[in-house]
Design a binder for this molecule. Sequence first.
Ligand code: ZN
Ligand code: ZN
Length: 165
Amino acid sequence: MARPTCRRIAGLPSEAVTEIGDALVDAGLITGDGPKLPLAVGKCRVCGCTERDCRLCAERQGYECCWMDFDRQDLCSACAPLLEVEVCSILPHPIGKQLDDAGYMTVGSLYGKVPEEICGIAGLKPKSLLKALSVVEEWVRGQLTRTVEGDALPDMTGDLAPVEG
Ligand SMILES: [Zn+2]
Ligand SMILES: [Zn+2]
C-alpha cells in the first residue's frame, strides 16, 4: 500500500497550503504530476471527513487522518484499515465464502456497491447479495461509532454538524 501523503495543516487557509505545495514542487520535494486539484476539496467516502472537519477521525484514532491518495482525496487514513478487513470475518457462511471465492475478499471490494456491480457468483440470490451488502454497510457505520480500539465514542452528532463555508 502506498504511504499516505499527509498534507493536512491545521489552521492554514487552503491558499496557503497551495502555495506551500507549489514551493515543495519547485524545490523538487514532491512531484507536481497529475491533475492539479484545488486543495481542501476532498471528502472521505467512508466517514465523510474533509480538510476542514476531521474531528471524528481525531476522536476515533487520537489524531487527525491524512489522505491515502492525495490526488483523489476520497479515502482517509482512519478509514482505510476498515476497507481491508476480510469479508469472511463479518459475513456469515456461506455467503462470506462465496464472495471471497469470487474475488470480493475485503470490505472495500463491497462497500458502497450495488448488487449489479457484483458478479461471478453462481447461484447467489439477489436478495442474499443485497442483504450481504447492507451488512457490510452497517458494519462500517458501526465502526465509525467506535475508537480504533473498539470503545464507544461519546455521541458527537450535535458536534459534528457540517461546517459551512
Ligand atoms: Zn474517513
Ligand atoms: Zn479524517
